[in-house]
Every structure is written in C-alpha cells, then in structure tokens.
Unconditional design. Structure first.
Length: 466
C-alpha cells in the first residue's frame, strides 16, 4: 500500500467512524416523542438525555485532545468506538430513565474521541492547502449519519422495537471499532514529543487565533445541533402538527443542503483565510433570519419557509468547521489536538445550554406536562438569541485582536527586512519558566524539541507543505 493509498484508507476509516458516531449522537432525534413515552418523562427530563450527553462530550474534548497528542488516533478512535457500542447496548436494555441517561453519558465520552481523531489525521497527513476541504468533506459525509438516524434507524426501532434497534447500532459500532484497529496505523508525526499538559493547554489558549476559533465554534453550530439532536422533531410534529414523514423530509433537506454548503464554505475558507470572520457572520445571519421568519409567522409557518429553515440551520455545521481551519493555522503539531479539543468543546457548550434552557422553557409553559404547543415553542426558541449576540460579539473582538497581532508581526518583519520569527531562546525561556527546565537538562532538551516543532510548523505553513 503506497503512502497516498494509505492516507486515503485511514481517512475513509475515520469518516466511517465519524458517521457511526453521528448516528449514535442523533439516534434520539426522530425518537424524541418515542423516548418520552418509553421512559414516561416530561420535556425537561427528556432534555437531560441530550444535555448530559453533549455536556460530557464538551468536557471530554480537552482530555481527548491531550490523549491524541500523546497516543495518536488509532488508540483514541478504537476506545471511542468501543464506548459507543457499549452505550448503545446499555440504552437498549435500560430498565429505567436513570440507566438510559447514564448510557447517553457514556455515549458522549466515546463520541468526544471520534471527530478530533479524524481532524488529527487530516492536520498531520494532508497538505495544508487541501486540509480545509478535507475537513468539510469529513463533516459532510459524517452528517449522513444523521440521515441514517432519522429515517432507516427510526424505522427499524418502530418496526423491530427499541431494544433491537439499539442493539443493531451497537453491533455496527463494534464492527467499526475493529476496522479502525486494523486499518489505522501509527504515523511518526502523530505521536509527538511529550510536552507537559499544563504547558500545552496554556500555550494553545495563548496562541493568537485559538480564542477566535473557540468563539467561532461557539456561535455557529448550536442552532443546528439543538434542532437536529433533540428539539427539531418535537417542534415540527408536536408544535407545527406536521406528519412524521414530512418532518423526516425536512431532516433530509437539512443533510442534503450540506452537500452543497460544505465544499463551498471549505473552499472559501481555504481561498480567503483572512475573510473567515466575515464568513462566520454570514453563516450566523442566515440562521437568525430563518428562525425569526419562522417564529414571526402568523400561525404555523408554510412548508416553503420550513425548508429554508432546515437549509439555513444546516449551514451552521460547515460554518463551524472554519474554527478548525483557524486553530490549525495557529498551532504547531505538538499541541494541535489540544487546541482542537478546546475549540470543539465550545460548540457543545453552547448547544448544551440552549437545549437545557429550551427544555426548561417548554416545561414552564406546559406546567410539567409533556404536551408541545406552537406558542410554547415560539418562546422557547428565543433562548438562542443571547447566544448569537454573545458569540458574534466575541468573534468580532477576537478577530480584530488576531488581525492586529498579524499586522504588527508583518510590520516588524518589514522593519527588519525579513519575516519576523520568535527568537528560539525566548521560546525556551518561556517554556522553562513554566516547567522548571532552567535547572533540568531533560526539560531543556524538551524545550528545544518544542522550538524545533514550532519552526517546522512555520516552515510548512510558509511553503504550503503538509
């Protein structure tokens, strides 16, 4: 197997794992009402299935990134898929709601390991100029898992029963875990020189662009996640009174529009990296406009407007991938997955909060019942507005700071007559100050390794090499 074929095989295996993880993550999307009936719970308790799952996903992002930087994607992917299989078995056989929620918590932990692992493969093995498109293609193909969850998987549960459906999903996850273990092999660039956890975290957060990436991922995906993971189907069927087949059709639109949006946004991000803040602003504006149009309709919104809503919310997924392009451009390999974990957790933090607040808003209006009315959803959906405002304000703020830092760097370079690079001894001093390397030869050598990786990263970025 030549190097190109090997990279493609590993990437495709990663996409398969990501697709199954999306199917598992959104497996309750079209089963929200079924889940409420199966466990006899109200809207607020139902929201805990998604809230705790996504909360664990978000909390696990940094540990997953640290593990990736230390052990590489093969180990982390295999463990993640194994946890997904185990969680589906537990949910299939759960005797009560507490065990069911615990199963989703385990699912969140396993799910947290999948996408960062695929990003690691792309960031290390793909040429820089192709990486944004590869990230978007991964997100796009993985989203077919959501289509699987709302149509064939939901149909399987309705026909074969709750236990059979989730046991089938567990078996699929286990098979992919075996595939990952067989196909994914270690790459010498994927396990880098060990750097103390505190150093990696502090350097990743201090890097210009990491905070911009964090807020980019905070503001772009939560509206789509809220719709797709839990509250979209109850809104369409319970609030608007649509037939289940019509609701499934809208979820299909949600996924298929991504086929067009993902390569377009990925291409724009790669072609004009300095216009990424504007691109994020357009993505958010489209989502806000679509929701306000639907919520402002007198009576149930027409189907045409709902199609536009599904399309607009879908754009948030590809839009959130821009955050990983930003993070990748501002972090060298030894802390790339750590930075990715920080960034990826942001979108799930906002998603968890919105899903939870929406469940509480619905519960307050239903007085503890499980009925869903259009008027209740009108008010509940408005909890998204403060998150859009906060997120865009921070994106603009950090975007200006990043641009100012870049302009200052270029100005210093012009004054010197060359491109300015940080002085290696200053980098060693900064690292040593945090880990006591000044009195420890091994730690000083570790600092030299870090500086060497920084320089190699800058050279690759400058030359457009992988």
């Amino acid at each position: 197997m030549n190097s190109t074929t090997g990279v493609v095989a590993v990437w495709c295996t990663g996409i398969a794992a990501y697709t199954v993880s999306i199917t598992s993550r959104t497996s309750l999307a079209a089963l929200g009402l079924d889940t409420a009936g199966h466990f006899a719970v109200d809207p607020a308790t139902l929201s805990l299935f998604a809230v705790l799952q996504l909360a664990v996903y978000g909390v696990m992002q940094i540990p997953a990134g640290l593990a990736l930087d230390r052990f590489g994607p093969r180990v982390v992917l295999t463990v993640g898929m194994t946890l997904l299989a185990f969680s589906s078995v537990v949910l299939a056989l759960a005797p009560n709601v507490a065990v069911g929620i615990a199963a989703r918590v385990v699912l969140g932990a396993g799910d947290a390991m999948i996408f960062p692992s695929v990003l690691r493969v792309i960031g290390i093995r793909f040429p820089r100029r192709f990486a944004p498109v590869a990230v978007q293609a991964t997100g796009l193909l993985g989203q077919f898992g959501q289509l699987i969850s709302v149509i064939p998987f939901a149909a399987l549960v309705h026909v074969a029963g709750w236990a059979s459906g989730f046991l089938a999903l567990a078996g699929t996850s286990a098979l992919v875990a075996v595939l990952v273990f067989v196909v994914v092999r270690e790459n010498r660039h994927e396990r880098v020189q060990a750097v103390p956890m505190r150093t990696r975290l502090s350097q990743a957060w201090a890097a210009r662009g990491t905070r911009l990436a964090f807020w980019t991922h905070f503001v772009t995906p939560f509206a789509g996640n809220t719709f797709a993971v839990l509250w979209g189907y109850p809104f369409l069927v319970g609030g608007l009174g649509l037939a289940s087949t019509t609701a499934q059709g809208l979820f299909t639109v949600y996924v298929l529009v991504g086929i067009l949006a993902a390569p377009l946004i990925g291409g724009l991000s790669a072609r004009w990296p300095h216009r990424r803040v504007a691109l994020v602003g357009v993505v958010v504006a489209v989502q806000v406009a679509a929701w306000l149009a639907v919520l402002g309709s007198s009576g149930p919104a027409p189907l045409t407007l709902l199609v536009l809503l599904a399309a607009a919310l879908c754009v948030g997924g590809p839009g959130s991938m821009v955050a990983f392009d930003i993070a990748r451009d501002h972090n060298p390999p030894y802390r790339l997955s750590t930075a990715t974990g920080i960034v990826n957790g942001a979108g799930f933090l906002s998603s968890v909060l919105v899903i939870l607040l929406m469940g509480w808003a619905l519960r307050l209006q239903s007085h503890g019942g499980d009925d869903y009315t259009l008027e209740a959803f009108r008010w509940a959906e408005l909890v998204q507005v403060p998150f859009w405002v906060l997120g865009m304000a921070m994106v603009i703020r950090e975007g200006r700071r990043t641009s100012a830092a870049r302009a200052s760097e270029l100005l210093d370079g012009d004054r010197d007559g060359r491109t300015r690079r940080p002085h290696p001894f200053r980098q060693i001093s900064d690292l040593s100050h945090g880990v006591g390397a000044s009195a420890n030869p091994a730690a000083l050598e570790e600092g030299n390794n870090v500086v060497r990786q920084e320089g190699q990263h800058r050279d690759r970025v400058r030359d457009g090499r992988p």
